[in-house]
Write a protein that binds this ligand. Structure first.
Ligand SMILES: [Zn+2]
Ligand SMILES: [Zn+2]
Length: 384
């Protein structure tokens, strides 16, 4: 279906002023608003159409393009289906529109805007690179300086990134006279296309560099020293500006993104800045109370007091023994969950004592109070 004229869509005349455009759009938007047109299936389409028309006409630059080229101003260079998916819909997707537009503008007006002087080169920016880096929990705790080898492409040395043998300057493309674009008649419109001879670079290389084949960059593994700050987590990204792939023919380099993945730890589980670990406690320590030593992530040891009558699963806290906060703020805590161990491989004397304990227990009846003590220890742990 042919697209309707934007001015017709808004019910205004071609020479309409900014105010008239705004007025026309408001009238249409009111008339076609989905809330008022529940039983008119066409209204939604027309509403979107009015939005689209308004998006273009309210913007002086876009309006100028439309006045000059009609709908063709916004076609081509969009890639497959870029615009069809309702990206203009009221409210959503307008960002898409904006970015798609700037691309096209570059396409259409690059030479009019005078950005490229006579035969100026158009060098392409290099790609961003992603590097996955595994670090241990200990390293995430302390932070580290890490040497990494990044497979990337760097500016070619022999031709100094120009792509021409011996560092000679490339010559202006004869097809497009260095514009990078050629004009073609399409229907009623004159449209611009990327130059097929130089792929839009505006320059050609008569004698390509033997090292890089004319690209101006070569594949290489590059050693980088990366500073990993303390407190990183799985999913943390570190951006190294300009450390990505080299640009084509001397264009700016892309960025390198380091994606951190923190490996699981055999003792500690992490939840944000807090650490958890399960620590075995002997039955007698749990019953009588005492203190136990626990390993901490900084490589040291901490001491935890166990109150008498502690049940399995009780949580103790070591303040500030968790992970550091990546973006400032206080460090996390370490939570220690007690795992009371049932004794095994008893000697006959130990068995004897336990039997005696059992007999005394039927008098003292500790079982009936264990429920209350477990409730109590739960509340204690909640209070920290
Ligand atoms: Zn060309
Ligand atoms: Zn080269």
């Amino acid at each position: 279906m042919a697209k309707r004229d934007y001015y017709d869509v808004l019910g205004i005349s071609k020479g309409a002023s900014a105010d008239e455009i705004k007025k026309g759009y408001r009238t249409k938007a009111k008339e076609l608003h989905p809330d008022r047109n529940a039983d008119n299936p066409k209204a939604e389409e027309q509403f979107k159409e009015a939005n689209e028309a308004h998006e273009v006409l309210k913007d002086a630059e876009k309006k100028a393009a439309y006045d000059r080229y009609g709908h063709a101003a916004f076609e081509g260079g969009m890639g497959g289906g870029g615009r069809q998916g309702g990206g203009f819909g009221g409210g959503q997707g307008q960002g898409d529109f904006g970015s798609a537009f700037s691309d096209i503008f570059d396409d259409l007006f690059g030479d009019f805007a005078g950005q490229r002087g006579g035969g100026g080169r158009r060098a392409a920016r290099g790609s961003d690179l992603r590097y996955n880096l595994h670090v241990s929990l200990e390293d995430a705790f302390s932070g580290l300086q890490k040497q990494i080898n990044v497979p990337t492409s760097i500016s070619c040395d022999p031709c100094n990134g120009s792509g021409a043998e011996g560092g000679a300057e490339p010559s202006t493309c004869p097809t497009c006279s260095g514009m990078g674009k050629v004009r073609a008649q399409q229907g009623f419109f004159t449209v611009e296309r990327t130059c097929p001879t130089c792929s839009g670079l505006g320059q050609i290389i008569n004698n390509p560099c033997k090292s890089c084949g004319g690209a101006g960059r070569v594949e290489k593994e590059r050693a980088l020293s990366v500073n990993i700050p303390a407190g990183v987590e799985t999913g943390t990204r570190i951006r190294l500006a300009g450390e990505g792939e080299a640009g084509m023919r001397g264009g700016p380099a892309g960025d390198l993104y380091i994606f951190i993945e923190v490996s699981d730890h055999e003792l500690f589980e992490r939840d944000g800045v807090n650490l958890f670990c399960r620590v075995p406690v002997s039955m007698s320590t749990a019953a009588l109370g005492g203190s136990i030593e626990v390993p901490t992530i900084d490589g040291g040891r901490g001491r935890v007091q166990i109150p008498s009558g502690s049940q399995s699963g009780r949580q103790m806290r070591l303040r500030s023994k968790g992970m550091p906060a990546l973006r400032g703020g206080s460090a996390g805590d370490m939570f220690i969950e007690l795992a009371v161990e049932t004794p095994v491989n008893l000697t006959s004397r130990q068995k004897e004592l336990l039997k005696e304990f059992d007999e005394l227990s039927s008098e003292n009846n500790p079982e009936s109070s264990s429920f209350f003590s477990s409730v109590k220890s739960f509340w204690d742990s909640m209070k920290g």
